[in-house]
Design a binder for this molecule. Structure first.
Ligand SMILES: *Cc1c(COP(=O)(O)O)cnc(C)c1O
Length: 429
């Protein structure tokens, strides 16, 4: 059987395919490392599931108030044990990552408190949560102030600046693990640990939250193991394993989770209510698959980095750099190239492969944005997806892939579209 035959049917030329194979030859060791991390994390989750006696009954759901939802309560224990927290809130009622982060912040801060970001500007959508951009219901409207210390130009922490920014009002520190749509480096768990120890020396009892989006199961350690009080993320990214249809999580100190639960539902009700409907099975099963899915996404990211780096493109992180999250950016330099790349990803999707992505004026952005996603779960970015704003340097942000093989065809197809449109300089060697 010749694998190329089927690639050919999918529109991949021999030269693009062969270039991909050449790049892959040098990645065997990296891939083995990712497999080892996945193996470790798989066992960690399995152990948490066994310890907490996940049963067939846990896979059923509740309706109405959702009192005594065995599945929901057990799932939260499994998350807490896996991520090494005291308690967890894992709910379909948390609508997305931004909601989970807003919930963690709003429930643990009080009027007069100050929030500090020591790693620069947080993810775009948090600007409105915090009130950096004025917005209805922001922390600023509730009298919660905000300070930010940017990273130094070489990517290091500005320890002097952080020390100067911490004051008697500083109640909560937010650290974003993944770079999001910034060009700064993502943070490894060890670097997060370094920052946390420094901050604790200045103010011991400050609450430290880590925005864990896109970072889960990339390493064998998670931020709670290096001193964070809370980690927060989305279930339609890594920990949902592609099966969770919606939801978000917060894991950490008991008191932080209690605060969040009483804000999500109601004072007096807390974690006791919240029907899981028929979602428990997908949330358990997706979490179980998450290390493997994350591993596939990492392989796809590193493959893309090395393929495009070889062709002379600037990629972040670099092809041989250590991975801290599953996002890969490639500077494509022109609008045409960015559009062609996204068309290639879209055309390689299992769902909506026949539609053509077009740039559009997305709310909250100062330039047009193009997005490619043909996903089983709407907006899921653990599934193969790519997007980028149509402005200099025309960087595409690429992530996900439910399987490594799908990631591979997606990336090959992105390059094929660039080649077809005559947008790749030189020859493919
Ligand atoms: C995706 C993401 C968010 C927000 O999640 P949504 O589910 O899109 O609301 C926040 N922070 C980071 C770093 C992210 O990657």
């Amino acid at each position: 059987m010749d694998v190329y035959e089927i690639y050919k049917e999918l529109g991949i030329s021999k030269e693009v395919y062969e270039l991909g194979e050449k790049v892959l030859k040098d990645l065997e060791e990296r891939f083995l490392e990712f497999d080892k991390v996945a193996e470790f994390n798989q066992l960690k989750i399995l152990r948490a599931m066994q310890k907490n006696k996940v049963s067939a009954e846990c896979l059923l759901g509740t309706t109405g108030y959702g009192y005594n939802d065995l599945g929901r309560e057990t799932l939260e224990k499994v998350y807490a044990d896996t991520f090494k927290g005291e308690d967890a809130l894992v709910r379909p009622q948390i609508t997305c990552g931004t909601h989970a982060l807003a919930l963690a912040l709003m429930s643990n801060l009080r009027p007069g408190d100050e929030l500090l970001s020591p790693v620069g500007k947080p993810y775009d959508t948090l600007e409105e949560v915090i009130g950096i951009r004025p917005s209805m219901g922001s922390l600023a409207e509730y009298g919660i102030s905000y300070r930010q210390v940017d990273l130094l130009s070489n990517g290091d922490f500005d320890f002097e600046g952080i020390k100067a920014a911490i004051n008697e009002k500083t109640k909560l520190v937010t650290i974003q693990r993944s770079k999001g749509y910034a060009m700064r480096p993502s943070l490894s768990v060890d670097r997060i640990g370094e920052l946390i120890s420094f901050i604790r020396k200045i103010k011991k009892d400050v609450i430290i939250m880590v925005d864990n989006c896109y970072g889960e199961f990339v390493e064998t350690k998670e931020p709670l193991e290096v001193g964070a009080d809370m980690i927060v993320g989305s279930l339609i990214k890594n920990p949902g394993g592609g099966l969770a249809p919606t939801g978000g999580y917060i894991v950490g100190k008991k008191e932080c989770i209690e605060n969040a639960a009483h804000r999500l539902t109601s004072p007096g009700l807390g974690k006791e209510v919240g029907a899981s409907l028929s979602m428990n099975q997908s949330l358990f099963q997706g979490f179980f698959l998450s290390p493997t899915v994350t591993c596939g996404a990492l392989k796809a990211a590193v493959f893309a980095a090395n393929l495009y780096e070889r062709l002379g493109y600037y990629v972040v992180p670099g092809g041989s750099e250590k991975r801290c999250d599953i996002i890969q950016s490639v500077e494509l330099k022109t609008a045409d190239a960015l559009i062609a790349f996204c068309k290639g990803i879209q055309a390689a999707a299992p769902v909506d492969s026949y539609v053509t992505p077009e740039p559009w004026d997305m709310p909250g952005y100062d330039s047009q944005v193009i997005m490619a996603a043909g996903a089983f779960v709407q907006g899921s970015s653990i599934e193969l997806s790519a997007d980028g704003p149509l402005k200099e340097p025309y960087a595409v942000y690429f992530q996900g892939g439910l399987t490594w093989y799908h990631g591979k065809i997606g990336i090959l197809n992105s390059l094929q579209k660039l080649v077809d449109a005559n947008l790749v300089k030189g020859t493919l060697i």
